[in-house]
Design a protein around this ligand. Structure first.
Ligand code: ARG
Length: 588
């Protein structure tokens, strides 16, 4: 990849000037404004600053040692010490030709594979998956796909919420009010009803609350009947989750629910107590601040009435029970032992930020030697068009299965309007792809940390940065080949067949070259939206190219060259969409 070549040469040049310099952070990035070049580096300014050198002087010295004449025009120094690179057309053509020969698709597999555990989706037993879980599922799946594509080892783990105090109430409900017929029809719906029923009656009647507590204790103690019911609740819920995962095309390597870690919880707590990381407070066991970070950054402190006060993490309740945090500590330890990951990524909504800050900080004190990178990849809320949390008209949480049904129905209308002639079964299949993609893309495309407004019209629109637009762009490229009625001519001898004479061809070609760079940025910052933006721009560049450069009607060598360029565009679009978890269709 050209950016890689530039980076290597640049690093060599820096070492020639400063033999002891650490050059790992000397990177090039696409130039924000193509007026100034194709790639740019600002890294020399950081090196100069560190060594109290004049940045422009350093840039001049490095430039004198830099040899990139084979791939770049004259390199320019700009501003306070930027270097701007404009790549030669011949270098672009060489890279395209190699891609056309199938040697690469503008990205490189890493030569330093990491192992990453990606913890995502993680819905709760007996509760419907809600829009927050779908966002976690979609983001997590995409991150896992990109990591894999770049050659990393990935363990996807669905940390199902299958343990906790809710089971006391659920057991009371199940034993006294279960409607078997309703359970057959909609298991999670029925369990949710039971939970809500007991939840509200126990508010008025302490005896029911007490009964729920007793059932919970029995379950925790391994009572056979309660365990059996609990297993059934899990199986029924898992079945419903699996239906959703099937529709979304999401698979997990591991499904280790919270209960899996029960055997270790006691040990974890004992260990934390023995190491003085946790201490007793009002009969409970808690982790407090150790004062090692500034108050503002300390997750164990909170500001109240202008004063910093303790905000401890509870790891054992005063009744001896363990909680979400205890389980997460045990989970972390298990994952480290089992897979030796170099990173663990947790994808949940932003409301769990404090939990993960406390978790990570407790873990660092507990295992100071561990090098694993821990990342909480959090996201904002999904809002209705009224700007309030996304709910059904009657104020209920929106069920995922209903949401996906509606997406497919609405997409069916879009597809039917466009292709009234197409047989219904085909329209249905395309609508399935378009509908599911639209929902996924709406989750992936915005900056994940901002809230976004869920709008059917927007996400299903054929215009704008949407899945239907990209899927349609893909079918347009592919249709050229149906018309050409011939496979692509891959340039046989070197790059002799490729010509980039028009500026729209060159812009498109140069954009293709940046695919790998964008994929790497996605896993660096855990932001699939970078890839969405890249693909949207790619589709735009292709549209301009296709408008201004005839393909099938062009004379040779332009015809073959443009066919090759179109084919590479289609391949990058397809691969890019695939790692967003989006299926493509040949016709739309
Ligand atoms: N079950 C949790 C929820 O629905 C998410 C779990 C996330 N993963 C974790 N290791 N805590 O909010």
């Amino acid at each position: 990849m050209l950016n890689r070549v530039l980076e290597q040469r640049l690093q060599q040049a820096v070492r020639a000037v400063l033999p002891d310099a650490d050059t790992t952070n000397i990177l090039v990035r696409p130039c924000p404004d193509p007026k100034f070049g194709d790639y740019q580096t600002n890294a020399l300014m950081a090196v100069a600053k560190e060594r109290k050198m004049n940045p422009r002087q350093l840039a001049t010295d490095v430039l004198a040692k830099l040899d990139v004449a084979d791939v770049c025009e004259k390199v320019e120094i700009a501003g306070a010490g930027f270097l701007n690179f404009r790549v030669k057309n011949s270098a672009v053509i060489d890279s395209l030709a190699a891609a056309a020969r199938g040697e690469h698709l503008f990205y490189q597999k890493t030569d330093k594979p990491r192992t990453a555990v990606v913890d995502f989706s993680s819905p709760n037993i007996a509760k419907p998956m809600h829009v927050g879980h779908i966002r976690s599922t979609i983001l997590g799946d995409s991150l896992a796909r990109v990591l894999r594509l770049l050659g990393h080892r990935v363990v996807t783990d669905n940390h199902i919420g299958d343990w906790g105090t809710q089971f006391g109430k659920l057991l009371v409900g199940w034993k006294n009010h279960l409607d078997r017929a309703a359970l057959e029809l909609d298991a999670i719906g029925e369990m949710e009803r039971l939970y809500k029923l007991i939840n509200s009656t126990s508010e008025k009647d302490p005896a029911i609350l007490e009964e729920a507590r007793r059932e919970l204790v029995k379950l925790q103690a391994g009572d056979a009947e309660n365990l059996e019911i609990w297993h059934e609740m899990i199986a029924l819920s898992q079945h419903q989750f699996d239906t959703i995962y099937g529709r979304l095309g999401v698979k997990f390597d591991q499904v280790l629910g919270e209960s899996f870690y029960n055997p270790w919880l006691k040990e974890v707590v004992e260990d934390l107590r023995a190491k003085n990381i946790a201490r007793e407070s009002d009969g409970a066991l808690c982790v407090f601040s150790d004062g090692s970070v500034p108050q503002k950054e300390d997750p164990f402190l909170i500001q109240r009435d202008g004063k910093w006060q303790d905000n401890p993490a509870l790891i054992q309740k005063s009744d001896g029970g363990f909680n979400y945090a205890t389980t997460d500590l045990a989970t972390l330890q298990y994952r480290l032992k089992t897979w030796q990951p170099s990173e663990i990524v947790y994808v949940t909504d932003g409301r769990q930020q404090l939990h993960f800050q406390q978790l990570f900080s407790t873990f660092r004190r507990w295992h100071p030697e561990a090098k694993v990178k821990l990342a909480h990849v959090w996201f904002g809320s999904i809002l209705g068009e009224d700007g309030k949390p996304f709910k059904t008209r009657s104020g209920e949480t929106v069920k995922l299965s209903d949401l996906l049904d509606e997406a497919e129905e609405r997409a069916f209308k879009v597809v039917s309007d466009k292709n009234p002639e197409m047989p219904e079964s085909e329209r249905k299949e395309i609508a399935r792809i378009v509908g599911i993609s639209a929902v996924k893309y709406a989750d992936l495309q915005p900056n994940r940390q901002s809230d976004y407004i869920f709008s059917w019209d927007k996400m299903l629109s054929l215009q704008g940065n949407t899945a239907p637009y990209l899927l349609y762009a893909y079918t347009r490229v592919r249709s050229i080949f149906r018309k050409a009625d011939a496979g692509v001519q891959t340039p046989q001898n070197g790059s002799a067949g490729l010509v980039l004479s028009e500026s729209d061809e060159l812009t498109l070609a140069k954009h293709l070259l940046n695919f790998g760079l964008v994929l790497e940025a996605v896993i660096e910052d855990y932001r699939p939206n970078y890839l969405c933006t890249y693909l949207f721009e790619l589709a735009g560049h292709f549209a301009r190219f296709y408008e201004n450069c005839p393909v099938l009607k062009a004379e040779e060598p332009h015809r073959s060259s443009r066919l090759a360029l179109s084919d590479l565009t289609a391949r990058v679009l397809k691969q890019g969409l695939e790692v967003l978890g989006i299926e493509t269709t040949e016709q739309m």
